[in-house]
Design a protein around this ligand. Structure first.
Ligand SMILES: CC(C)(COP(=O)(O)OP(=O)(O)OC[C@H]1O[C@@H](n2cnc3c(N)ncnc32)[C@H](O)[C@@H]1OP(=O)(O)O)[C@@H](O)C(=O)NCCC(=O)NCCS
Length: 327
């Protein structure tokens, strides 16, 4: 019998501090009107100086565990998808394990940038289907503000901080995640990257002075690749699920740019009312974008147990992915 990934509960964590477009107008040469029309973003959340990715991840994880009525010691596996881990090592997942007191869990990080949460769900689907683990806490968490250059108007308008989590178990009642498709193209690493701080370019006075510890992005190229790769992810996932794109009740795309989201909806033939958008409030939160969006959809209670919800993402690497959730 086919195993589904049953989503017992979700959680999110968002910093209180809001960075409005008006604030950015005072920092770089830009305008609220430009940001809104080119990206769809009005505001984004920014973590305080003393808050790291693991703090947001643990808060979101705690909320998901409470929602699922589970104790920390019940957790078998913790995966944190992030591009802004607390350190190069140890993994942020191990830090989260400790913060939660999930003493019986195996914990590791997953690196696939903005597609990380969907990669995590797909990996967990396999591990739970084969009985290797009995349940998992999957978290997408980022503090992108820590690697954003607030003097670069092309990138600083886009990114925000936050975390989203899901507590999942295997299920056989036909509800939950049942199909997915992942892909990558390593020839396009240059489109979005963080040059320094790893073994290729270790941190030095020069790397700091030349701003190599900040996100570098080719926005125009990435825009095209984003639409193309998410179209592939959506189409292949629907094929694998054995459903027509016309049967998708809700499309939740990675929240990177409203124009990318609109182009994707158009290419897939999914009506605007069926495309979820919250980019106006949170900007691009990378690996946290999909789980925050899914949490809001679930909390809204509009989708019943027979709805087909298609989640799609793309990110640095480049990577892309789609998953189909029923209910
Ligand atoms: C970054 C992005 C919003 C830029 O929008 P765009 O319509 O492609 O704009 P362009 O880069 O072509 O720039 C157009 C002009 O606006 C200017 N500009 C760039 N950022 C600006 C800003 N914040 N405010 C005002 N003007 C800005 C550029 O300098 C350029 O000026 P020029 O014509 O005088 O050279 C868009 O390319 C994008 O969203 N790409 C995808 C990025 C992404 O998703 N990254 C995360 C992946 S997970």
């Amino acid at each position: 019998m086919e195993t589904y990934l049953k989503i017992l509960a979700t959680g999110i964590a968002l910093p209180d501090k809001v960075l409005y477009n008006a604030d950015l107008e005072r920092m770089v040469e830009t305008s609220d009107e430009w940001i809104l029309t080119r990206t769809g973003i009005s505001e984004r959340r920014i973590a305080e100086k003393d808050v790291a990715t693991s703090d947001l991840a643990a808060d979101a994880g705690r909320m998901a565990l409470a929602g699922a009525a589970k104790l920390p010691e019940d957790v078998d596996l913790i995966i944190v998808a992030t591009a802004t881990g607390d350190h190069l090592f140890p993994s942020t997942a191990c830090i989260v394990q400790d913060k939660l007191g999930a003493v019986n869990a195996t914990a590791f990080d997953l690196s696939a940038a903005c597609s990380g949460f969907l990669y995590g769900l797909t990996v967990v689907h396999s591990l739970l289907s084969t009985g290797v683990y009995r349940n998992a806490l999957i978290i997408g968490a980022e503090t992108l503000s820590k690697i954003t250059d607030y003097s670069d108007r092309a990138t600083c308008i886009l990114f925000g901080d936050g975390a989203g989590a899901m507590f999942v178990e295997p299920g056989t009642d036909g509800k939950g995640l049942f199909a997915s498709h992942l892909g990558s193209d390593g020839s396009l690493t240059k489109l979005l990257n963080l040059p320094a701080g790893g073994s290729r370019m270790p941190a030095s006075r020069e790397t700091v002075d030349s701003g190599q510890h900040f996100i570098k992005m080719n926005g125009n190229e990435l825009f095209k690749v984003a639409v193309r790769s998410m179209e592939v992810a959506a189409t292949r996932t629907a094929e694998k699920a054995g459903i027509d794109l016309a049967d998708v009740d809700l499309l939740i795309p990675h929240q990177a740019n409203i124009r990318i989201i609109n182009s994707l909806g158009k290419r897939l033939g999914v009506e605007k009312e069926k495309v979820f958008v919250n980019i106006d409030r949170f900007g691009n939160t990378s690996a946290a974008s999909i789980p925050i969006a899914y949490h809001e959809v679930r909390a809204g209670g509009r989708y019943d147990h027979d709805s087909n919800i298609l989640l799609v993402a793309f990110g640095g690497g480049i990577t892309w992915g789609g998953v189909l959730i029923r209910g």
